[in-house]
Design a protein around this ligand. Structure first.
Ligand code: M6R
Length: 360
């Protein structure tokens, strides 16, 4: 049930601290019982394959696996991968990410990879699903059933599983230990607390949807691990509010999309104060100079530094840059949710969409 909320989507957004807790606890207990553990040390390459929001979780994982586990990762859309006839290295792994475990293109890609003798791993929410049954290694998100068509808690739970796999891979491949150390002993607890704090900003986020009142289009910008969150923010906004939105890598702006910028274009900039912050701020100034309304999502320091450069601010809790995707996804979920509510769309059941896409 919706337990008194207007929409499943809002309930599911709010459930994320518990969903993450359950997912991480579940992983800790399964690894105890698991007879065999995936050995990431023997992989020359990891190919991640998924669709939609699950694909964006895969993009975040690419940044993590490469930087922390020194593993070459490619990420592909299942619908492209399955027909491309890509060469498959002999020590290759394929990782499939799917909430439903039944997405037709992802399942077909899994069957293709198996026929090419790849190690097939999957991250699924539905344990009895076809993708779970046909994979060599299955990792479950324990976010519970997700009813809203827009993926929210499934996405952050996928990130939770992927983060765990990255840590496992880093250990096995003897890589990234300085980052693991920086993250401290309880990065999972830090994430759960920060996600809760991000959710506490719901009222503030609701108050800024007025920036989208007359918008027919919006742009989301991010760099590094926040680039996939920009893509996810744009997907979320278009699927439930029907406002056209595009996510771009902040550095790509000047290669074309900047032509779209004028006073009617809200630009959401996702920029935690990290190694790449200054670069993103210069992109932010470029769009502001062309009249765009800039909504900055950053942490305390980032918001302070930019107080002259943005029209409004969503302040997220500060945490290690590696973990930023968890909290910044909460901000974009809430932003699109409240924008859609304001527009009066059918938030849980947007037009033309199905929860599980079992046809190609
Ligand atoms: O069940 P899956 O994770 O395989 O589904 C993939 C996409 O269909 C799904 O993420 C879709 O993009 C959502 N509607 C996004 O909110």
């Amino acid at each position: 049930t919706k337990s008194g909320y207007d929409h499943y989507m809002f309930k599911e957004i709010l459930e994320q601290p518990e969903a993450l807790t359950r997912t991480w606890e579940g992983l800790a207990s399964t690894s105890l019982n698991q007879v065999e553990e995936m050995d990431f040390a023997k992989l020359d390459r990891l190919q991640i394959i998924a669709c939609g929001t699950s694909y964006y979780a895969g993009l975040v994982a690419k940044y993590w696996f490469e930087r922390m586990a020194n593993l070459i990762v490619e990420v592909d859309l299942a619908s492209e991968f399955r027909y491309r006839e890509p060469p498959m290295p002999s020590n290759g792994g394929c990782l499939f990410i799917s909430q439903s475990g039944e997405t037709a293109d992802t399942l077909a890609a899994l069957r293709f990879a198996k026929s090419k003798h790849q190690y097939c791993l999957s991250v699924v929410n539905a344990p009895q699903s076809s993708i779970a049954r046909e994979s060599d290694f299955v990792y479950r998100t324990l976010c519970g059933p997700e009813i809203g068509v827009a993926s929210t808690k499934a996405f952050t739970s996928q990130l939770a599983v992927l983060f765990d796999l990255v840590k496992q891979a880093a250990k096995q491949r003897n890589a990234g230990q300085h980052i693991i150390q920086e993250l401290g002993d309880t990065p999972e607890m830090d994430v759960i607390n920060a996600v809760q704090q991000a959710l506490n900003k719901a009222n503030k986020i609701e108050s800024i949807v007025r920036f989208f009142d007359d918008a027919t289009s919006a742009i989301f910008l991010g760099r590094g691990q926040c680039y996939p969150i920009a893509l996810e923010g744009a997907l979320k906004l278009k699927e439930i509010s029907y406002i056209h939105a595009e996510g771009y890598a902040a550095g790509e702006l000047k290669h074309g999309p900047i032509a779209l910028i004028d006073e009617n274009m809200p630009v959401v900039v996702i920029a935690p104060y990290d190694r790449l912050f200054e670069k993103t701020v210069s992109n932010l100034q470029e769009v502001r100079a062309r009249g765009a309304k800039v909504i900055l999502i950053s942490d305390k320091l980032g918001c302070e530094i930019c107080k002259e450069y943005a029209d409004c601010f969503i302040e997220m809790p500060t945490l290690h840059e590696t973990l930023a995707p968890f909290v910044y996804s909460i901000a974009v979920q809430l932003l699109s949710y409240f924008t859609a509510v304001q527009r009066g769309t059918d938030v849980d059941q947007p037009r033309n969409l199905a929860k599980s896409v079992t046809v190609e």
